[in-house]
Design a protein around this ligand. Structure first.
Ligand code: PMP
Length: 452
C-alpha cells in the first residue's frame, strides 16, 4: 500500500515555526502547543496523504469534499502544467480566454433544465454571495425592488462571506460576527430530528412538512419582500443531513407560488457525489440558481461559480443597455489555471462515468456505515449519495470533544476523518476500493470504541 507521491524528507518537531500561520477553522493554540506531526501533510496521491513523518492517511473526506477523483490525477496535473506555458493569467473584465466560454458551455450541458448561464468565482463562499446579489439585482430589474429578504435554514452552511453567514445557520460561524449580518434574513427549521429519523437509510421518510414553514415566513413578511430561499440539497458541512422525501419539491412549489427564487447551494453536492451531476438531478428538483465550487476541478485550483436559469440571465441582458449588466466580479474569475483543471476534470467525469460510479459507491457506503449501529455512543447514522455520517452523543458539558477525540483516534489508525461537533463525516474519493472502504469503517469502529 505505498501510495506516496514521493517520500518527503522527515521533519523534526522543532524544525517548523508554527506561529505565523493563523490556521482557518482550527483550534490554533491546541494545534501549536501539541505540535501534531501527524497533522502536517506533505504530499497527496490517489486516496492518500503522506505526513511529514511518512505516515499514510486515507483521505476519508476527499480533502474537504473537493478531491473526489483522488489526488494528483495525471490528466489534471498535465492540463494545469500545460496551461502555465500557454497563459498564466488573463484579466477577467472586458476580455476572456476562449476556454472560459467553452467551460461555461460544458457546465451548462451538465446542469439541469435551462440552467445554462455561468458566472465564475474562486470559492464556494464567493459563489453564495454572488447568487444572493444576482437574486437581488434580478428582482430590481423586473421592477420588484422590494424583494430584498433572504431565507436560509438552521444548520445550513453557505460559506463565510457576510451573505453566507447571514443565510447560514451554523451558530458558531455566526455569533462572533452577529452585528454585521445582512438584514432581513429568516431561517427555515432544520430537518435533523433524531427522534423521528435516526438511522434512516438515504432520504428520511419523515419531515417533508417542515418545508411548509416557508408559508409561515411568507405570510409574516409578505411575498413581495422576499428575494430568495437558499438551501443545500444535502447539508454536508453540518454532517450529512439528508433532505426528507418530498421536502425539496415542497420548497420548490411554495417558491413558485410566491415568485421567490430557489437557490441550491451545490458546493458539496455538485459533480457526482450525489450519484448524478448535481443534487438537483439526484433529487429531481430544478432550482433557479445553483452554486458550485470544489469538485468542478477536483479541488486543484480555487474555483467556484453560479449557474443561472436562462430567464434570469435574459432579464439582465434586456435591462438598460448603457451599463455593465452586473457590477460584480473577481480578479480571478475564470482563472486560466482553474479553467484548464476544470476541463480536464469534466473530461474524466464524463469518460469514467464518475456520477454513476459514485452512485454505486454510495450503496456500498450505506451498507458499511450502518454496520456501526450499536457501537458505543452512536446516536445516528446518515447517508446520501457517496457520503455518510456517524453522530455520537456529546460528552456532558463538552460538546465537540468526542468528535475531536474520534478524529485523533482515526489518525492513529491511518484515517484522515472530518469531524463537526460530535459527528464525523465520510465521503471518500471515487477510486476507493471495497477493501479500503472496509478498512475505513473498521478503523472508525475501533476509534469509536477507543473514545468510549
Ligand atoms: N457552501 C457550501 C454548501 C459548502 O459546503 C461550502 C464549503 N464547505 C461553502 C459554501 C464554502 O465554500 P468555500 O470554503 O470554497 O468558500
Amino acid at each position: 500500500m505505498n501510495h506516496a507521491a514521493h517520500s518527503p524528507a522527515p521533519l523534526a518537531a522543532t524544525d517548523l515555526n508554527l506561529d505565523p500561520y493563523w490556521m482557518p477553522f482550527t483550534h490554533n493554540r491546541y494545534f501549536k502547543t501539541k505540535r501534531p506531526m501527524d497533522r502536517l501533510l506533505a504530499s497527496a496521491k490517489g486516496a492518500y496523504y503522506t505526513t511529514v513523518e511518512g505516515q499514510q492517511l486515507f483521505d476519508c473526506l476527499s480533502g474537504l469534499w473537493c478531491s473526489s477523483l483522488g489526488h494528483g490525477h495525471p490528466k489534471i496535473v498535465e492540463a494545469v502544467k500545460r496551461q502555465l506555458d500557454i497563459a498564466d493569467y488573463v484579466p477577467a473584465f472586458q476580455v476572456a480566454s476562449p476556454e472560459s466560454f467553452r467551460l461555461a458551455e460544458r457546465l451548462a450541458d451538465v446542469a439541469p433544465a435551462d440552467l445554462n448561464r455561468v458566472f465564475f468565482t474562486n470559492s464556494g463562499s464567493e459563489a453564495v454571495d454572488t447568487s444572493l446579489k444576482i437574486a437581488l439585482a434580478y428582482h430590481r430589474l423586473r421592477g420588484e425592488a422590494s424583494r430584498t429578504r433572504f431565507i436560509g435554514r438552521e444548520k445550513g452552511y453557505h460559506g463565510v462571506g457576510f451573505g453566507g453567514i447571514s443565510v447560514g445557520g451554523m451558530v458558531a460561524n455566526r455569533k462572533m460576527f452577529a452585528p454585521a449580518m445582512i438584514p432581513g434574513v429568516d431561517h427555515l427549521p432544520h430537518t435533523h430530528n433524531l427522534k423521528e429519523m435516526a438511522f434512516s437509510r438515504g432520504q428520511p421518510a419523515w419531515g417533508a412538512h417542515l418545508a411548509d414553514d416557508l408559508e409561515r415566513i411568507v405570510a409574516l413578511h409578505d411575498a413581495s419582500t422576499i428575494a430568495a430561499v437558499i438551501v443545500e440539497p444535502m447539508q454536508g458541512s453540518v454532517g450529512v443531513v439528508v433532505p426528507p422525501v418530498d421536502y425539496l419539491n415542497r420548497l420548490r412549489a411554495i417558491c413558485d407560488k410566491h415568485g421567490i427564487l430557489l437557490i441550491f447551494d451545490e458546493v458539496i453536492c455538485g459533480f457526482g457525489r450525489m450519484g448524478d451531476w448535481f443534487g438537483a438531478q439526484a433529487f429531481g428538483v430544478v432550482p433557479d440558481l445553483i452554486t458550485f465550487a470544489k469538485c468542478v476541478n477536483n479541488g486543484t485550483v480555487p474555483m467556484g461559480g453560479v449557474i443561472a436559469r436562462q430567464g434570469i440571465y435574459d432579464t439582465f441582458m434586456t435591462g438598460p443597455e448603457h451599463m455593465v449588466e452586473l457590477f460584480h466580479g473577481y480578479t480571478y474569475s475564470a482563472h486560466p489555471l482553474a479553467v484548464a483543471a476544470a476541463h480536464a476534470t469534466l473530461d474524466i467525469l464524463h469518460e469514467e462515468e464518475v456520477p454513476k460510479r459514485f452512485g454505486a459507491l454510495g450503496r456500498q457506503i450505506e451498507e458499511a456505515a450502518h454496520s456501526l449501529k450499536g457501537e458505543p455512543n452512536v446516536i445516528d447514522i446518515r447517508n446520501c449519495g457517496a457520503a455518510a455520517a456517524v453522530e455520537l452523543s456529546p460528552l456532558p458539558g463538552q460538546p465537540g470533544l468526542r468528535g475531536l477525540r474520534l478524529f485523533e483516534e482515526g489518525l492513529k489508525r491511518g484515517m484522515l476523518l472530518r469531524f463537526t461537533g460530535d459527528t464525523i463525516a465520510m465521503a471518500p474519493p471515487v477510486v476507493t476500493t471495497p477493501d479500503e472502504l472496509h478498512r475505513m469503517i473498521e478503523a472508525v469502529r475501533a476509534s469509536i470504541r477507543a473514545v468510549a
